[in-house]
Write a protein that binds this ligand. Structure first.
Ligand code: R5P
Length: 300
């Protein structure tokens, strides 16, 4: 009998189910609801004593709510005698506020990491977490942390669907995205990859430029997050200026806020897909296998 118990947060039940299948266990039921005043109530409805509890949560769109829920579930699991608590955070919130950009701001990602530890989270498994300035989560999270990538799955889907072939150039839209372009390209045995340069002026204002030799090449963009779509739209213009032909775009986390998908389509960027960390109409691949590998690795 497995000593793993998977509990689904309320954010992404389908992914929780797929993760439990990958880990070959049934989901441990949990009651999660709101009190009439909107506060959260959680109760683990199964025996988790001496188990390695895995809580799946995907904290997009309602990060505060899902965060509190995860803290309550982690604490309840520990109180119920769990051997360990692993938070499988398919989408990890507040990762983009990883620096005090202006005086008076908090380093939000560190605050979140401290809260998780305080509530009893021993281990953290994330998916392509936004790592721009905090390159190593171990520096801000006390427990064990593994970041898995869905880039190989995204590229494999791109190959199967004919968007990517052996000559395709994989591009990350900003210098930090070189890490995803590298994983994506190497997993598919492609040798051509690189990154552009982005300057951000506000939530939606960015400029993208670059000096890659893309003349006459098919180009495929990979990134961790598509939020407003501005990054991808500006990257597509830069690629065109460099003589490349954009054949598709894939991201781990498709947030697509403020009609981003419509804006991308309107720019002629129609081949866009993402993983199921944040389920949306472009979801084509699952992060369940990558997450399960991360969980098994961390529990070794
Ligand atoms: C940040 O730099 C990330 O890697 C993404 O490029 C960014 O979050 C995308 O945001 P948006 O779609 O709003 O440009």
């Amino acid at each position: 009998m497995s000593d793993i118990a998977v509990i689904s947060g309320s954010s992404n039940a389908p992914l929780s189910y797929l993760l439990s299948r990958q880990l070959k266990v049934d989901l441990t039921p949990a009651e999660i609801r709101k009190f009439p005043d909107n506060e959260k109530y959680v109760r683990i409805d199964g025996d988790v004593s001496n188990k390695n509890v895995v809580i799946l949560q995907s904290m997009a769109f309602r990060p505060d709510e899902y965060l509190i829920e995860s803290l309550l579930l982690a604490s309840a699991a520990k109180d119920a005698g769990a051997k360990s608590v692993t938070l499988a955070a398919a989408y990890f919130p507040y990762a983009r506020q990883d620096e005090r950009f202006k005086p008076g701001e908090p380093v939000s990602v560190s605050v979140v990491a401290q809260l998780l530890t305080a509530a009893g989270v021993d281990n953290l498994v994330t998916v392509d977490v936004h790592r721009h300035r905090v390159l190593d989560f171990a520096s801000i999270f006390k427990g064990k942390w593994i970041d898995v990538s869905v880039m190989p799955y995204l590229v494999s889907y791109g190959k199967k669907s004919g968007l990517i072939d052996n000559d395709t150039f994989i591009v990350g839209p900003d210098s930090e995205a070189i890490q995803w372009a590298k994983i994506a390209a190497e997993s598919a045995g492609l040798s051509n990859y690189g990154a552009l340069r982005k300057k951000r002026f506000g939530d939606t204002e960015v400029t993208v430029s670059g000096e890659l030799n893309l003349e006459g090449k098919k180009v495929f963009i990979v990134d961790d997050i598509i939020s407003t779509g501005s990054t991808i739209i500006e990257a597509s213009k830069a690629i065109k200026e460099m003589g490349g032909k954009l054949v598709g775009v894939a991201c781990a986390h498709g947030l697509f806020v403020n009609e981003a998908l419509y804006k991308l389509y309107r720019e002629g960027i129609s081949e866009v897909y993402s993983s199921d960390t944040v389920p949306n109409q472009t979801t084509r691949v699952s992060s369940a296998e990558a997450l399960s590998k991360g969980v098994l690795e961390i529990l070794k």
